[in-house]
Design a protein around this ligand. Sequence first.
Ligand code: ACO
Length: 335
Amino acid sequence: MEQYGRVTDPVSSLRHSRIAGTGRYLPERILSNRELERMVDTTDEWIRTRTGMERRHMAADEQASSDLAIPAARAALEAASCDPAEIDLVVVGTTTPDLVFPNVGCMVQNALGIPPCGAFSCEAACTGWLYALSIADGMIRLGRANKALVVGVETLSRITDWSDRSTCVLFGDGAGAVVLEPSREPGMMGFLLGADGSHVDILRSRAGVSRNPQHFGSGGAAIRMKGSEVFKIAVRTMGGTVDRLLEEHGLDRGGIDWLIPHQANIRIIQAIGKRLNLPDERVILTVQDHGNTGAASIPLALDVAARDGRIQRGQRIMMVSFGGGLTWAAGLMQY
Ligand code: ACO
C-alpha cells in the first residue's frame, strides 16, 4: 500500500480555495516531428503512435523559465480580475529554474509588481505544479495566505540531449498559471501526494549543482530515462492514486466530469481515462500540441480547456501527475 502526505485538513473545513482564473504562455517556435526526423533516427509515425505527440514549443535562446512564467501569470491575473497587489503568495513548480537563486517565484513577483510576500519554487519534476497547488491550497485554508499565484513552468529543451532519440522527441517548453482565492465552498476538494525515491535511477539527470558539477554544463544535466519501466510505474501509481482520492471523497469512478492528466504519453493517459470510465472526449489532451512540458503540462491543459469553454464552473475535475523522483500526485476540485 502506497503512503501519502495528507493535505486535506478537517480543522479548516470552513475555508477553502478555488481557482479564480487561469493563464498560459507557449514560446513561438514550434518543433515538428518532421524536423525531429532530420535530427535523429526517428519517424513522425513512431512518435505519433508511441506518444501521441505531433509538435512541441521551444523557448528562444534568450528566454529563461521566468520569461515564460511571467506572461502566463499575467494572463491568469487578468482572467481572475485580480490586481497584482492582492497576491500574497507565489509558488512556482519547476525543474528548470533560471538560476540556482533567486528562485523563479521572486522573479515573477518582481516583474508583476506583486508586493513583498512569500515567493518560492517547488521542485518535484513533472509533479511540481500539483505539489505547488496543494501547498497554496493549504496556506489559504489555514489563513496564512489569501490569494496565491501558482505557476508551472519548464524549459526542458535546456536539459534535453538532442542526440538521444529515446528522450529528445518527448519534451517541450511552456508555462501555465492559476490564481487561487478563498472560498466558502470547495474549490479544491483534496490532494494526495506521493513519492518513492528508490526509483531514482530510471528517470534522472546525472549532474547538477552539487553532484558532478563538473559535468553540469556539458550535457550531464540531460534527462535520462528507462522509458518502458517509467511507463509501467506511471500507470500503476497514477491509477492507484486516483482510485484512493475518489474513495476518500465517497465518489465512484463515474463521479467526475473531466480528467486533466500530466501530458507525458497518450497511451498512459488513455489507460487512466479507462480506469475512470471516462470517454475520450472527457479527457483533456494537449500532448499532441505541447509534448511533455513537465510541471507546466497540467496548468497548460487546464487553461486550454477553460478558455475554449469545455470546462465549466461547478464541474468536478481530477488532475493527476507523475514524474522524476519518482513523484506523483492527484488533486480533485470543483471548478
Ligand atoms: N524513434 C524510433 N524508435 C525509437 C525512438 C524514437 N524516437 N525511441 C526509442 N525507439 C526504439 C527503441 O530503441 C526500441 O528499439 P528496439 O526494440 O530495437 O530496442 C523501441 O523503439 C521500443 O522502445 P521502448 O522504450 O520500449 O518504447 P516504448 O513503447 O516504451 O515507448 C516511450 C517509449 C514513449 C518513452 C514510453 O516508454 C513512455 O512514454 N514512457 C514514459 C515517459 C514518462 O512518463 N515520463 C515521465 C515524466 S518525464 C520527467 O519527469 C522529466
